[in-house]
Design a protein around this ligand. Structure first.
Ligand code: B12
Length: 810
C-alpha cells in the first residue's frame, strides 16, 4: 500500500533512536554507524525487528550520515544498498502484523552553506542527490529527511529528493529551545517553504524532549495542511561520567507524544535516547485514539529564512525601490555591478516599514538570470524580509527561485496561456505566491468584468498545476487617470469583486495611478486608501513616501487592526512635524532615522551601521575613508568593536540570528583589512623585540580580536607566531617549547571555551614554565584570568603590547 493512502486513514508510527543502541552493542566513538550495515548487518537487523515488534510502521534505513562527503562513491553505494536491504529484510521477516514501510533516512551533511559557510547550494543538492539515487534504486518506499537545523540546507535536501524520485518525502527539522532553527527559521516559515515545495509530511525531531517541543508542534498544527510528524528525544540530553544520558522514561514520553497525537499529530516516533520500549509505550497508548481530521489551512503566506508574511489580514507593503524602471541611479548600479547600492536600497526600505521587497533587475544590457540570482542571494544574506521575485524571463525566475531561502512571491503571470505554461510549473516546484495580472492576449480589459473573467480563468489553469487560489494574488492593474479618468474606478471595482466575491487576495502597483499629474504623492496615497477599502491585500509602493505611510498607519488604526493605536502612535511622528503630531508629543523631525539605524535613541555612525547590517563592501570603503583621518586602533576601538557589541547583544536577545552575526563578522573583517593596510603603511618597528605565540583556544573559532592583537604586536616589533583558531593545548605548548618563546597569548570569547584556556595554561606551566601567559577575549575579566592562572589579562591590544614590552625589557 502507498504510505500516503495508509496515512489518510491511520496514524503512522516511526521507529526510535539507533545511535545509543549501537553504542551499547560496541560502536566505538568516532566510528561511522553506517559501516555497520556491512560489518554487523545482523545487529542492525535485530534492532529494526525490535522496533517492528514494538509497533513501528516505518523503519528508517541506517543511512543518517551516509553521504559522499564522508564516503567514497563505491562505499557509499555499498552502505546505502546494504542498509535498504537490511530494513526490507526486517520488514519481510518480522511477524508483527501492522503495515510496514522502509524509509531512506537522510540527515544533514554537516556543511554550512554560502554565504554563511563555504559550501555552494547546488553542490549540497548534489550531495543529497547521490545518496537519494542509490536509496531509490535499492527500493525504498519513501524518503525521510530529518534533523535539519538550517532552512536552506533543508531546501537543498528536499529539492534533491524531488528531482531524483517520485516517492513521498517527509521532512523533519530540529528546533532549539527558543523554538527556532539554528539559523533562525520559525516553525511557520518552515511550514510555508516545505508545503510550497510539496513535502508530503513535515514536522519536528531530535534536540529536545516531547514536552519542550510542544509549542513548536502546536505551531505546525496551526499552520500545516499536510500531516504533521513528531519524533522527539527522550528528554534533554546531559552528560554523566562522559556518557550522554536522557531524563525522560517511556511512560512520560508516550504520555506527551500521544497527547499531541490527540491534538493532531499523525506520525510519531522517537529520536536520540529512545528505544523499542518508548515506541511500544507510544503504540500501546495510541491504540484507539481519535486524531482530528486534517484541515486545509488555505493560508496565503510567503516566507523568508526567518519568518512568514501572511496576506488577507493587515495590509502588506511591498517595497518597489529595487526596480530600475524610472530609476537612473539603480540602472547605473546594475550596469556597474554595484551590489552595495542594491543592498542599501533593501535595508532602507526594511527600516521604513516594508514587509516584502520587490526585486527586479531587468535591464537589456545585463545578464538578468545571473544578476537576479546574485541579488536574491546577497539580499537574503543580510535582510530577513521575504522577497518578491520580479522578472518576465522564466530562466531568470527559475535561477532566483532555486536559490531563494523560503517561499517567495512570484511576479508575475497573466492570462496569456504561454506565460502561465512557463511560470506555473516553477511555482509548483519551488513554491510561491503568484502575482496574477488581469490581462491576457487581448490586452487589459477596460471594464472590471473583463478583468474578473481573466482572474477566473487564471484560477482554473493554476488548479491544473496543483496551485490553489490561496497561492494566487491578483493585480487588477492601476492605470493613470491622466489618460482616462474612469480608469481608477474600473481597477477598484475589479479589486472589490476579486477579493470579496472570488475570495482571493489582491495587490496593486499603486503609484501608476498618478502618472503625469502634479502633486503625485497626494493622489497616490488617496488612491491607496480607496484601494484598501475595496479589498487591497498588498501594495507595491515606495515605503520612503511619508504620505503613503501615513495612509497605511491611519487605515490600520481606523480598521481596528492596530490594538490601542500602538503602531500609529509609535510611527506617525516620523512623518508629521512635531506640532502637528498633537498630544503624543516627541521631537522627531519628518526625516528622523529609521528605528534600526538607531540604538538607544542615538543614530549609528555610517561604519557602525555597515558592520551591524553586514554590508561588507561598504564597511571596507568607509573604514578606508576614515583611516585617512583616524588612528587605526581608535577606529577599531571606537567603531568596529562597539558595532560588533551591538550585534552580540542582538544575538543574545534573539533579535538577531547566526546568519546576521556571520555577515557582521565579515563586514568587520573587511574594515579590519583596511586597518591592516594602514598599519603596514605606517611601517613596523625595527629589530625583533622577541617571540610571541598567539592562538584562539580549542573549541573557539572567534579570531577577530586575536588578529588585532597580533597586528599591533607585530607593529611594535614582536615576532608573532599565529597558530590560528580552535587550537589544541598540545599544539600551543609544542610551539612555545620549540621556539622557546617568552610570551604566549591566548584568546577565548565564550564561557564554554575558558576551560580550554585553563587547560592550555596548565600544560604550559608543566612543559614551558618560563612562559608568561597573556589572556584576552570578550568574556574574560581580571578575576577569570587570575582564577585560571594567567600572568596577564589584556583588555585590549595596546595593554597587551605594554605588558609584552615589560616582559622582554624593551
Ligand atoms: C563576530 C562574532 C562571531 C563570528 C566570529 C568570526 C570571527 N572570525 O571571529 C561568528 C559568526 C563566526 C561567531 C560564531 C559563534 N558565536 Co560569536 N560572536 C561574535 C561577536 C558578535 C563579536 C566578537 C568580536 O569579534 N568582537 C570584536 C573583537 C575585536 O573583540 P575581542 O575578541 O573581545 O578582542 C579584543 C579584546 O578582548 C582583546 N583580546 C582578544 N583576544 C585576545 C588575545 C590576547 C592574547 C589578549 C591579550 C587580548 C585579546 O583584544 C581585542 C582587541 O581590543 C560576539 C559578541 C561580542 N560583543 O563580543 C559574539 C559571541 C562571542 N558569540 C557567541 C556565540 C554563542 C557564538 C556561537 C556559539 C553561535 C552559534 N550558535 O553557533 C558561534 C561559536 C562557534 C565557536 N565554536 O567558536 C557568544 C558567546 C556567549 C558566551 N558568553 O559564551 C557571543 C558573546 C554573542 C552573545 N552575546 O551571545 N561569532
Amino acid at each position: 500500500m502507498n504510505i500516503l493512502d495508509y496515512l489518510k486513514h491511520n496514524p503512522l508510527f516511526l521507529d526510535g533512536g539507533i545511535g545509543t543502541l549501537l553504542q551499547d552493542r560496541g560502536l566505538q566513538p568516532g566510528e561511522y554507524p553506517e559501516r555497520w550495515n556491512v560489518s554487523h548487518p545482523e545487529t542492525i537487523l535485530e534492532i529494526q525487528k525490535a522496533y517492528l515488534e514494538a509497533g513501528s510502521n516505518v523503519i528508517l534505513t541506517n543511512t543518517f550520515g551516509a553521504n559522499s562527503l564522508k564516503f567514497e562513491e563505491a562505499e557509499l553505494e555499498e552502505l546505502v544498498t546494504a542498509a535498504v536491504r537490511i530494513a526490507r529484510q526486517a520488514a519481510v521477516e518480522s511477524p508483527a502484523p501492522q503495515e510496514k514501510f522502509v524509509a531512506l533516512d537522510i540527515g544533514p551533511s554537516g556543511k554550512l552553506l554560502k554565504p554563511y559557510g563555504d559550501f555552494d547550494f547546488e553542490d549540497e543538492v548534489e550531495v543529497y542527490a547521490k545518496t537519494i539515487r542509490i536509496g531509490v534504486k535499492a527500493g525504498v518506499d519513501l524518503i525521510f529527511i530529518e534533523t535539519m537545523n538550517d532552512s536552506y540546507d533543508t531546501k537543498a535536501a528536499l529539492l534533491a529528493a524531488k528531482e531524483n524520485s517520485d516517492l513521498p518525502v517527509f521532512v523533519s527539522n530540529a528546533y532549539g529551545e527558543d523554538g527556532k532553527l539554528m539559523t533562525g527559521a520559525s516553525p511557520a516559515a518552515m511550514v510555508a517553504m516545505l508545503e510550497g515545495m510539496h513535502a508530503d509530511a513535515i514536522g519536528v525531531n531530535c534536540s529536545l524532549g516531547p514536552a519542550q517541543l510542544k509549542s513548536v508542534v502546536e505551531e505546525y498544527l496551526r499552520c500545516a495542511s499536510v500531516p504533521v510528524l513528531l519524533k522527539p528525544n527522550a528528554g534533554l540530553p546531559r552528560s554523566e561520567n562522559g556518557k550522554t544520558v536522557y531524563d525522560v522514561e517511556p511512560e512520560e514520553f508516550s504520555e506527551d507524544v500521544v497527547q499531541m497525537m490527540r491534538d493532531g499529530v499523525r506520525i510519531a516516533g522517537g529520536c536520540c535516547g529512545t528505544t523499542p520500549d518508548f515506541i511500544r509505550a507510544v503504540t500501546g497508548k495510541a491504540a484507539g485514539i481519535v486524531i482530528p481530521a486534517e484541515t486545509p489551512k488555505k493560508r496565503s503566506v510567503i516566507s523568508s529564512y526567518t519568518h512568514t508574511v501572511e496576506f488577507g489580514f493587515s495590509p502588506i507593503l511591498i517595497g518597489e525601490r529595487i526596480n530600475p524602471t524610472g530609476k537612473k541611479k539603480l540602472k547605473e548600479a546594475l550596469r556597474n555591478n554595484d551590489m552595495d547600492y542594491i543592498l542599501r536600497e533593501g535595508l532602507t526600505q526594511q527600516d521604513r516599514g516594508a514587509h516584502v521587497l520587490d526585486v527586479n533587475v531587468g535591464l537589456p544590457e545585463i545578464d538578468e538570470p545571473d544578476m537576479l540570482m546574485r541579488s536574491v542571494c546577497e539580499l537574503q544574506a543580510i535582510i530577513n524580509l521575504p522577497l518578491q521575485i520580479d522578472t518576465s524571463d522564466p530562466i531568470a525566475m527559475e535561477a532566483a527561485l532555486r536559490r531563494y531561502n523560503g517561499k517567495a512571491m512570484i511576479n508575475s503571470v497573466n492570462g496569456k496561456e504561454e506565460v502561465m505554461r512557463e511560470i506555473f510549473p516553477l511555482a509548483a516546484k519551488y513554491g510561491g505566491l503568484v502575482v496574477c495580472l488581469t490581462l491576457d492576449e487581448g490586452g487589459i480589459p477596460a471594464t472590471s468584468e473583463g478583468r474578473v473573467e481573466i482572474a477566473k480563468h487564471i484560477i482554473e489553469v493554476a488548479a491544473s498545476y496543483g496551485i490553489g487560489k490561496e497561492d494566487l494574488i491578483f493585480d487588477t492593474l492601476a492605470m493613470t487617470i491622466s489618460a482616462d479618468t474612469s480608469a481608477a474606478l474600473a481597477t477598484l471595482e475589479a479589486l472589490r469583486q476579486i477579493r470579496f466575491e472570488l475570495g482571493c487576495n489582491t495587490s496593486l502597483g499603486i503609484s501608476n495611478v498618478s502618472f503625469g499629474l502634479p502633486c503625485r504623492e497626494m493622489l497616490t496615497s488617496t488612491f491607496f486608501a480607496l484601494a484598501l477599502e475595496n479589498g487591497l491585500s498588498a501594495a507595491i509602493m515606495n515605503p520612503n513616501s511619508g504620505e503613503m505611510m501615513k495612509t497605511y498607519y491611519s487605515y490600520r488604526a481606523l480598521h481596528n487592526l492596530d490594538p490601542n493605536c500602538g503602531d500609529y502612535i509609535a510611527n506617525i511622528e516620523k512623518y508629521v512635524p512635531v506640532a502637528a503630531a498633537g498630544p503624543v508629543g516627541g521631537a522627531a523631525p519628518a526625516a528622523a532615522p529609521a528605528p534600526s539605524e538607531a540604538v538607544g535613541g542615538e543614530a549609528l555612525s555610517p561604519l557602525k551601521h555597515a558592520v551591524v547590517k553586514g554590508l561588507r563592501d561598504q564597511a571596507g570603503s568607509l573604514a578606508a575613508e576614515l583611516l585617512q583621518t583616524t588612528d587605526p586602533l581608535e577606529l577599531v576601538n571606537n567603531e568596529v568593536i562597539p558595532a560588533l557589541d551591538i550585534v552580540g547583544q542582538g544575538f543574545e536577545k534573539k533579535t538577531m540570528y547566526l546568519p546576521q552575526l556571520l555577515m557582521s563578522a565579515e563586514a568587520a573583517q573587511a574594515a579590519f583589512e583596511e586597518v591592516k593596510k594602514a598599519v603596514a603603511a605606517k611601517g613596523t618597528g625595527s629589530a625583533s623585540k622577541g617571540k610571541f605565540v598567539i592562538a584562539t583556544v580549542k573549541g573557539d573559532i572567534h579570531d577577530i580580536g586575536k588578529n588585532i592583537v597580533k597586528l599591533i604586536l607585530e607593529n611594535y616589533g614582536f615576532d608573532v607566531t599565529d597558530l590560528g583558531k580552535d587550537v589544541p593545548p598540545e599544539t600551543i605548548v609544542e610551539t612555545a617549547v620549540a621556539l622557546h618563546a617568552p610570551l604566549v597569548g591566548l584568546s577565548a570569547l565564550m564561557t564554554t571555551t575558558v576551560p580550554s584556556m585553563e587547560e592550555t595554561i596548565k600544560q604550559l606551566r608543566e612543559k614551558a614554565p618560563w612562559v608568561k601567559v597573556c589572556v584576552g577575549g570578550a568574556v574574560l575579566t581580571q578575576e577569570y584570568a587570575d582564577q585560571i592562572g594567567a600572568d596577564f589579562y589584556g583588555k585590549d591590544a595596546m595593554a597587551t603590547v605594554r605588558y609584552a614590552m615589560d616582559v622582554v625589557g624593551a
